[in-house]
Design a protein around this ligand. Structure first.
Ligand code: C5P
Length: 229
């Protein structure tokens, strides 16, 4: 069964700060996004769409973007808008029943085994999502920095990417979510809002998302450990 991949990479990295968007920062000698793309391409997709910010100056200079399976689209205001743009480029290429993986450009440590485990869940009608059980105790914190409540941790999982869904089902779910909807932070949220119940596929803890500056050093250590394994 052939599959497709969409990689939203149109974020500006508001939380990370600094000038260069985090997907283009160097990690072990290569930009963050190049690690992610290499790992995704190893799953042998029929095509992979990278969704770029309008006027992105970094992508054209990137080595590692010349694989013939890579296509590019221009993203939108929120992540959900960028994913929608990536899926739109696949119209006429992907069949409605083809599985599509969506993976954040800023998760460079994703393991091929996890991608394969997710693809093995492609028959699930509501899609599938890699996730890990939450380990920390979760506090709700008010504006003054004080703990307002402790959230019960039982049954809570942290969703990662890739997330998987049949092309037709995902397009319909994202069409139903409004443009610029910042509350839809992953594909599973759009699928849930459309009445689906995505399957959780337990993932590896080292599939971290580079969000804060300290994550870069952590990602470098993870990549080094994976290469040594
Ligand atoms: O901002 P956040 O860390 O949730 O971004 C996750 C992924 O979504 C990143 O790869 C980022 O580049 C991408 N993104 C996007 N379009 C946006 C916002 C984020 O493609 N408007």
């Amino acid at each position: 069964m052939r599959h497709w991949i969409v990689v939203p990479a149109a974020g500006s990295g508001r939380r990370f700060g600094g000038g260069v968007p985090k997907q283009y920062l160097e990690l072990g000698g290569r930009p963050v996004i190049v690690h992610a793309l290499e790992r995704l391409l190893r799953s042998d997709p029929a095509g992979l769409v990278v969704v770029l910010a309008p006027g992105d100056e970094h992508w054209p200079r990137l080595t590692g973007r010349d694989d013939p399976r890579i296509l590019t689209a221009v993203g939108g205001v929120e992540r959900v808008d960028s994913v929608r743009a990536g899926l739109a480029l696949l119209a006429g290429r992907a069949a409605p029943e083809d599985p599509v993986l969506v993976h954040d450009a800023v998760r460079p440590c994703v393991a091929l085994d996890d991608i394969r485990a997710l693809l093995a869940a492609a028959d699930h009608p509501g899609g599938a999502v890699l996730a890990v059980p939450v380990a920390d105790t979760l506090k709700r914190v008010d504006d003054s920095g004080r703990v307002a409540a402790t959230e019960p941790r039982a049954g809570l999982w942290a969703a990662q990417t890739p997330q998987l869904c049949r092309y037709g089902v995902l397009v319909a779910a994202l069409a139903a979510a409004g443009a610029g909807d910042a509350s839809i932070t992953d594909e599973a949220a759009a699928l849930e809002a459309a009445g689906h119940r995505p399957q959780v596929v337990p993932g590896r803890r080292d599939n971290i998302k580079v969000t804060w500056p300290a994550d870069l050093a952590l990602a470098a250590a993870i990549l080094a450990a994976q290469e040594g394994a």
